[in-house]
Write a protein that binds this ligand. Structure first.
Ligand code: CP3
Length: 344
């Protein structure tokens, strides 16, 4: 029975597998020529996210090429503000943009029918589960409330999320309301992904690293804990990976405080500390994506060190953040082969 369970699900239950299973954040993306081709056919980036035909195709591309142990639903964390009618757009060379929200906007925010607006994404999930090889884990995802809120407040990406940090100090009540609304709709959205066929889900808190200690507790831990409690109240067996990028030492009791099964680690997390975190359950990470761009010894040494330090505990091999467009697809092949060639 346990032999036939999907590897990533076994690691999420705390098993140590040698070699560890592997997938990469942003594994479907611009570094792949076949992605660029489908992306062009689809039109805008959001059209790609909302077209089940195209979204299924790009999700499967890295699975066909590399046989990763997980496929991650192709979508974006900003479909939630799009469903909230914040006029989200992705323009070439600008990154994401939307209408910036203020106190009045938060008071009037649309949090109705979010899941029904996102039906095309849920259709992508169910088609994927039907088309994927049975051994491949299907991951759903969404953004954490803090990270999604940073884009909603600024209306765009910023280098250090100063607009959202400032807004939170000046308007704590409105900000708290925004985070709690996002937590509730995001939890229901993840439940819908699980019901559509996702085996596990990942919550991306990509901007956790700009928060001070007190703010991390209030804006990163509390809303994610609320989401996970809501998901588990609805689907007790749900498996959840939480990735709080840049959180460093604050990850110490992040698992216990949020209830996540696995903790995603960026490449700045020291491997000794990662090993401590592994005593309480699975960790995922944490190769610097620039090592994949560099290739050669930099790639090999980075892989070997992670396998040596973390390979004797529950590990899902991954990068410490998304793969970048300039990565050579051949280096990704070498990465997968080297991880799989390992013996514990
Ligand atoms: O393969 C996968 O990992 C699944 C797809 C996925 C995308 N975005 C596709 C995408 C996932 C899981 C995300 C998450 C996401 N989106 C995050 C959290 C993870 C992270 O990277 O920190 C964030 C912060 C976003 C918001 C976002 N989407 C930004 C800031 C950008 C522009 C930057 C960029 O890389 O261009 C996007 C666009 C985006 N999302 C692209 C892809 C493949 C590139 C757009 C394109 O193809 O034109």
């Amino acid at each position: 029975m346990s032999e036939t369970r999907r590897k990533i699900m076994r690691v999420l239950d705390g098993e140590t597998l040698s070699p560890p299973p592997i997938w990469l954040m942003r594994q479907a993306g611009r570094y792949l020529p076949e992605y660029r081709q489908t992306r062009q056919k689809a039109g805008s980036f959001l059209d790609l996210c909302y077209s089940p035909d195209h979204a299924v195709e790009v999700t499967l591309q890295p699975i066909r090429r590399y046989g990763f142990d997980a496929a991650i639903l192709f979508s974006d964390i900003l479909v939630i503000p799009d469903a909230m009618k914040r006029n989200v757009r992705f323009t070439e060379g600008h990154g994401p943009e939307m209408d910036p929200i203020d106190e009045a906007g938060i008071a009037n925010l649309n949090d109705e029918e979010i899941v029904s607006y996102l039906k095309p994404v849920l259709e992508t999930v169910s088609r994927l589960r039907a088309e994927l090889p049975s051994e491949t884990t299907l991951l759903g995802f969404c953004g954490a409330p803090w990270t999604v809120a940073t884009y909603m407040i600024a209306g765009k990406g910023t280098p250090d999320q100063a607009p959202a940090r400032l807004f939170a100090y000046k308007h704590p009540k409105a900000f708290e309301r925004l985070l709690m609304l996002l937590a509730d709709v995001s939890a229901d959205y993840l439940v819908a992904q699980i019901d559509a066929g996702a085996d596990a889900v990942q919550i991306f808190d990509s901007w956790a690293g700009v928060l001070g200690e007190r703010e991390f507790a209030a804006y990163a831990v509390k809303p994610v804990a609320r989401m996970i409690a809501s998901i588990r109240a609805q689907r007790p067996r749900a498996k959840i990976i939480a990735f709080a990028k840049g959180a460093g030492y604050l990850l110490k009791d992040y698992r216990r405080k949020t209830g996540a099964d696995a903790i995603g680690l960026d490449w700045s997390v020291p491997l000794e500390f990662a090993r401590d975190l592994q005593k309480d359950g699975a960790v995922q990470g944490n190769l610097d994506p620039m090592r994949v761009v560099a290739g050669g010894r930099a790639l090999e040494e980075g892989i070997d060190e992670i396998l040596e330090k973390l390979g004797n505990g529950p590990l899902i091999f991954n990068l410490g953040h998304g793969i970048t467009p300039q990565a050579d697809p051949e280096n990704v092949r070498l990465l997968v082969e080297r991880v799989r060639g390992s013996r514990g």
